[in-house]
Write a protein that binds this ligand. Sequence first.
Ligand code: K7E
Ligand code: CUA
Ligand code: CA
Length: 646
Amino acid sequence: MSEKKEIQREATGIGRRKFLNTAALAGLTAGVAACNDKPAAAPASAPAAPAAPAAPAASHASTNTTHLKPGELDTYYGLWSGGHTGDMRVLGLPSGREIHRIPCFVPDALVGWGVTNESKAVMGTKPDGHLKYTVADTHHTHASYKDGNYDGRYAWINDKINSRIARIRLDYFVCDKITELPNVQGFHGIFPDKADPVDPAINYTTRVFCGGEFAIPLPNNGQDVNDPTKYHSMFSCVDAETMEVRWQVLIDGNCDLVATSFDGKLAATNQYNVENGIHYEDMMSAERDACLFFNVARIEEAVKAGKFKTVGSSKVPVVDGSHESNKDPKTALVAYVSVPKNPHGVNASPDGKYFICAGKLSPTATVIELAKVLDWFDGKMEKLDDAIVAEVEIGLGPLHTAFDGRGNAYTTLFLDSQIVKWNVDAAIKFHAGDKNAKYVVDRLDVHYQPGHINASQSETKAADGKYLAVGCKFSKDRFLPVGPLHPENEQLIDISGDKMVLLADHPVRGEPHDFIIFKRDLVKPKQVYDLDDSPLAVKDPKDSGVTRNGKKVTVKLTSQAPAFSLREFKLKKGDEVTLILTNLDKIEDLTHGFAIPNYNVNFIVNPLETKSVTFIADKPGVFWCYCTHFCHALHLEMRTRMIVEA
Ligand code: K7E
Ligand code: CUA
Ligand code: CA
């Protein structure tokens, strides 16, 4: 596109958005129209957007600011999924600065994740000691709760490719456990519970729920590949402490996002393809899909009573949550509340009352009242769909919703490249027949094609309505071009006033999906490890040395800037070497590295941390093992000589 044309479009403002709309919508409806002659969302059916302001948002109108002076600290942490980089990112907000990346599912060269024995044990290895997986796709991250707010213990993140859930300790900001879900493919939505459904004393997270997106033949052993009745997906419950899978529910459809109620009684997942199609077109044939509500207490009673089966070689109890078997409210484990076809996000409002489903292929948001879902389970409400208290048009391609704690919801409109701010109570009134109820409060153009959205503290009872972040999937012209691959654009918006105000663009390396934003005082990160965290710790430099047991050799050493405790150590060709390094420096930020040339070994040890590596000394010669992490004026000199005798 010529620069002149581009400028004309900018000048009209509306032109740019229309252009993006039609291009994106054409793509989407083309796919849908192939199987269904009714287009999913005709542009005409969308509520008319107010005349879009062409000028960029006036940031001076905002009371919040993103600019921090040198040395000033951010007031919020953001935990971001890294998408198919497979990691988790930590951002400071409102500055948008990336502070840290936490490796979990895939190797990381900075810290030696996937190199050390400790990280390999977390990641999982094949019998030959090599990593089981080296790719991942992280989408959703959420943290542990207490009393309806984050308690700073853990965060969890999913790997869609290999159906794994990782736990991050929020004291060290490291991954400490990974679990692979059995009989699940395309593990997508994830959400921790916020309380126990039965015991009110347990007002904190003890379970994490995981939605399986891709239905597969169960067991998936090459039989039944063309029999759609054998295809199922599963909703799994993982124990927050042990990280073991407690139970699974066999369900109809494909799980998208997951949400949990503040009282612990309900978990939900948005389902598309409740028609259980195994071909692409079949997955979009039904006009309505469902939001599935799981009665956690009943499922656990059924498991306790032995009313389950197991699938394949897995020992995890599996209960029947199919639509057909769950029509009687008195015995149902799962409630199928209908929502317009192929919904995407489901989000819990901070007042604890509602779950909101975003339409994706429908220009609507559906508001479901949790008390009514519980009424249905209790036999007090006849028609389950009466739990739907609003289903209102908000714009094209709604995906995810955040909240400000003042009764407003903020939903991303992927096709409109907009955020719509709408009032939940007004939407309920409108749905009930009050056509004067104005539920759309404001709209803001974002750049471009937003997916996830979240506001500060939005997923807690302490939603504070200050900042809103939106993950824009396309950044197009917002940053200097760097070839064909553009960064994503995480935009920050002030939501403290009536009007949303765009504050900043932040480029991030692809390809984050979800994120949470919380007050900085909710976590208490530790700066230094405890020597006793590792049973292998070399607590005194005098314990350094080489011990041999046949061909098995253990090398113990310590680091204290600017030297390793051993100036050299000797091995024989063919030895199986385990090298243990403890960093005895106890000063914050004094990290050392340990690299062995030609041996593919490099890792870091933080203050008072211990790491180990195991390798075969298969190359004779002299190898200067050196410190890779800048630690001291004599950092470059910090090395030890590994001698491998032929
Ligand atoms: Cu949360 Cu991206 Cu997996 Cu929506 S998904 S955008
Ligand atoms: Cu130790 Cu650099
Ligand atoms: Ca992109």
